[in-house]
Design a protein around this ligand. Sequence first.
Ligand SMILES: NC(=O)c1ccc[n+]([C@@H]2O[C@H](COP(=O)([O-])OP(=O)(O)OC[C@H]3O[C@@H](n4cnc5c(N)ncnc54)[C@H](O)[C@@H]3O)[C@@H](O)[C@H]2O)c1
Ligand SMILES: [Zn+2]
Ligand SMILES: [Zn+2]
Length: 336
Amino acid sequence: MRQIRLNEPGDFQLTEIEDAERKPNELYLRVRKIGICGTDLHAFKGRQPFFTYPRVLGHELSAEVIESPNDDFQKGDIVSVLPYDSCGDCIACRRGKENCCQSLQVLGVHRDGCMQDYVSLPAKFLVKANGLNDDHLALIEPLAIAAHAVRRAKLETDDTILVIGAGPIGIGVVQFAKAAGCKVIVMDLNEGRLNFIKEKFGVYATVIAGDTAKDEIAELTNNDFPTTVFDATGSPKSMNSAVNYLAHSGTLVFVGLFIGEFSIDDIEFHKRESSILSTRNATRADFEFVIESLLSGAVSADAMITHRVSFDEMIANFEDWTNPEFGCIKAVVSLV
Ligand SMILES: NC(=O)c1ccc[n+]([C@@H]2O[C@H](COP(=O)([O-])OP(=O)(O)OC[C@H]3O[C@@H](n4cnc5c(N)ncnc54)[C@H](O)[C@@H]3O)[C@@H](O)[C@H]2O)c1
Ligand SMILES: [Zn+2]
Ligand SMILES: [Zn+2]
C-alpha cells in the first residue's frame, strides 16, 4: 500500500510499504479521503508544538470497513474517525469529558495517523456515517470541534454573536451558530476569507479586524455588542482584546490556542461580569450531532472545500496550502 510520511518539517515522502497488519479485535479499513488540517500544515512548517518526527499525518478521515470483528460495524460501512485516544480513568474521562482527558493522544499528532491506503483501528475510534459522502466525512472532525464550542457556549436563538477568525474552525462555528438561530458577525484580518464566508454562508456582517472594528460592531448591534464572542484565531493579540467586543453579561469562548499566556484587562472583564471558556477537541456526541447536521443539510461541508487532489498529487501541492495568500480553506486528498 502507499503511505505518506512526514520525515521532518518540509520533507514528505510517498512510499510503497506492506499493507497495514490486520489486528485481531480491530477493524480493517480502506482509507478513502483525508482532510488537511491546520495541525498538518503547522507540522509541515515545523510550527506545531510538542510534535515529533517522523510522523504519518492524517486524522480527518473517510474510510470504508473491509473487515469487522465487531457486530456494530459491517463490511461496507462508511466511517469517520474520532482520532482522540482517552484513558477512560482520569477525572475528565470519569465525568464523560474524554475530549479533555489528562493523557489524551491524538492520531496523526502524538502517534501515527492515517495517510495510507489501509489502517487497522479499534472500534472506539470509529463513528458510523452511512449516507454521507466522502467529502462530508473528511470534514466531520473539524466541524465537530466547532460544534463542541457552540454547544459549550449555550447560545440562544436570536443572539447576536461574533466569530473572530475565518479559518476552517471559525467557519464551522459560524455554521453551527447560524443553525442555532443566531445572527453572526465575522471578523478577520484577511479580506479574502471574509468575502469567502459572505459568499458561501451568508452571515449578518463581516468586519475587518483593526482600529475601527469596535465602532462597526457597536453600530451593527445597536451598542449592545455580541453576547458571545468566539475567538478562533490562535492569535494572542486577538484573544487579549476580544473582551472589548463583548456585551455586558456575555461569554468569551477561546477555541483557538497558542503557546504562551493571554492577558485580559481586568476592568473590561469584570465590568461585564464576563464568562470565559476554553474548548478542547470534541466528544462522540459532537461527532454524531455533526453527522445529523450534515444529513439534514443544516451545515455544509462542500462549501468549505477549496482544493481537491489525489493522494499522489498531495506532496506537490502541500506547500501552497500553507500560504495564506493562496486561498486554501480546506484541502481534501482522495485515495480512491
Ligand atoms: N480547541 C480545539 O480543540 C482546536 C482544534 C483545532 C484547532 N484549534 C485552533 O483553532 C484555531 C483556528 O484554526 P484554523 O485551522 O481555523 O486556523 P487558520 O489559521 O486557518 O485560521 C485563523 C484565522 O484567524 C485570522 N486571524 C489571525 N490573527 C487575527 C487577528 N488578530 N484578528 C482577526 N483575525 C485574525 C487569520 O487571518 C485566519 O483567517 C487555531 O489556533 C487552532 O490551533 C483548536
Ligand atoms: Zn483536524
Ligand atoms: Zn482520561
